[in-house]
Design a protein around this ligand. Structure first.
Ligand code: ADP
Ligand code: TRP
Length: 354
């Protein structure tokens, strides 16, 4: 762990990830990879969005029950067990993938409750129309998630997450673009009403803005089409071999540009290897089975060190809490300064010291 970090000016970088299940290649290439890379370049704040995960906890519980009904070995967990385990899992995943808590401030969202107070203040300058246009709310309701008030105001809490640390850059996957636009709108509305407090944050995307899942749709926990970062052995093989392709005879040439296996391979391979794979596709006589094996080897090579590291980290029972508590202390100091300013600007009394 190195403590020397060269910081760019005005570069508070912030992002959050929901603790809502196992992290997958979409999360990695869309978000986590750049989170880890940026920790050497700026003042990074990364958090586990457990307040946000509450909006879909009931569904997570139902999913456990459904798995238990099919698999008698599986004991369904209570909602609180699910949330606690998922938070720990995401923390271990990030640490194993290279997040260094000496460089980045890594914390649990709910350890900084000031964010809820800011969310309330921001909700009073957020137009109903703005929230009603949110794609993610509509998508989630269409997928059967209970339309709670929390689900509807999810983007306001997300704006508070970003603004309370007065963040400049927010590295996320493309699906979060609208949430960032809403954050800018809300920040602008607050600044307009009460004077400049918040910088307008920008989303930053990786080249792999949308990673396809095994069925070709966007890879997502909710579509059951994921390849998990920490899967290994048979389950990983099953996921990779299950990637949907078109049906062609082995002898026929294949089209790399429309193939899900190829799209995933590109994320792992060097440019010369990508070219070589494309040539094999076009030549024919190669077959999707071989392409899948090469992809599997790439996934194993990339993530084997992180898997080993995760197993070691897991052996230290106090580690996650230690890291998250230290991160929350740093994050909270920043959050409290912003909130003090916000309260003053809106004309509230300074909070009495308890
Ligand atoms: P999921 O869709 O599996 O529930 P999340 O919404 O928790 O994933 O996403 C966490 C982060 O990973 C976000 O920044 C999101 O934009 C990114 N992400 C998720 N899926 C993908 C994908 N298929 N391609 C690119 N980025 C993704
Ligand atoms: N909505 C994000 C997602 O589903 C998670 C998130 C919550 C977030 N608060 C944030 C991301 C603030 C970036 C910044 O992936």
């Amino acid at each position: 762990m190195s403590a020397t970090v060269t910081r760019e000016p005005r570069s508070r970088i912030l992002s959050g990830v929901q603790p809502s299940g196992k992290l997958h290649l979409g999360n990695y290439f869309g978000a986590i990879k750049q989170h880890v890379e940026r920790q050497d370049r700026g003042d990074c704040f990364y958090f586990i969005a457990d307040y946000h995960a509450l909006t879909t906890l009931k569904e997570a519980e139902e999913k456990d029950l459904a798995v238990a009904a099919k698999n008698k070995q599986f004991a369904p967990r209570s909602a609180r067990q699910i949330l606690a385990e998922n938070v720990r899992d995401v923390a271990l995943d990030y640490l194993a993938l290279g997040l260094d808590p000496a460089k980045a401030t890594f914390f649990r969202q709910s350890d900084v409750p000031e964010v809820c107070e800011l969310a309330w203040v921001l909700s009073t300058v957020s137009g109903m129309g703005l929230l009603e246009r949110a794609h993610s709310y509509k998508d989630k309701v269409t997928r059967g998630i209970t339309p709670s008030v929390g689900l509807f105001t999810y983007p306001v809490l997300m704006a508070a997450d970003i603004l309370i640390y007065r963040s400049h850059l927010v590295p996320v996957g493309k699906d979060q673009e609208q949430h960032l636009e809403m954050t800018r709108d809300i920040a602008g509305a607050f600044n307009h009403a009460f004077g400049e407090v918040f910088p307008l944050p920008e989303a930053v995307f990786n080249e792999a803005a949308v990673v396809p899942g095994t069925d070709g749709q966007k890879m997502s926990k909710s579509y059951g089409n994921t390849i998990d970062i920490f899967a290994e052995g048979k389950p990983l093989e099953r996921a990779v071999m299950g990637i949907v392709t078109d049906k062609r005879d082995l002898a026929e040439p294949l089209d790399p540009d429309t193939c899900n296996v190829f799209a995933l391979y590109k994320l792992f391979a060097a440019p010369a290897e990508v070219e070589a794979m494309a040539a094999k596709y076009r030549a024919g006589g190669f077959g999707y089975g071989n392409a899948k094996k090469e992809l599997l080897a790439k996934i194993d090579a990339r993530f084997a060190p992180a898997r080993e590291r995760r197993k070691q980290l897991e052996r230290d029972p106090g580690l996650v809490e230690e890291v998250l508590t230290a991160g929350a202390k740093r994050a909270r100091e920043v959050a409290q300064i912003t909130l003090r300013l916000v309260r003053e600007r809106v004309g509230m009394h300074p909070r009495p010291v308890s």
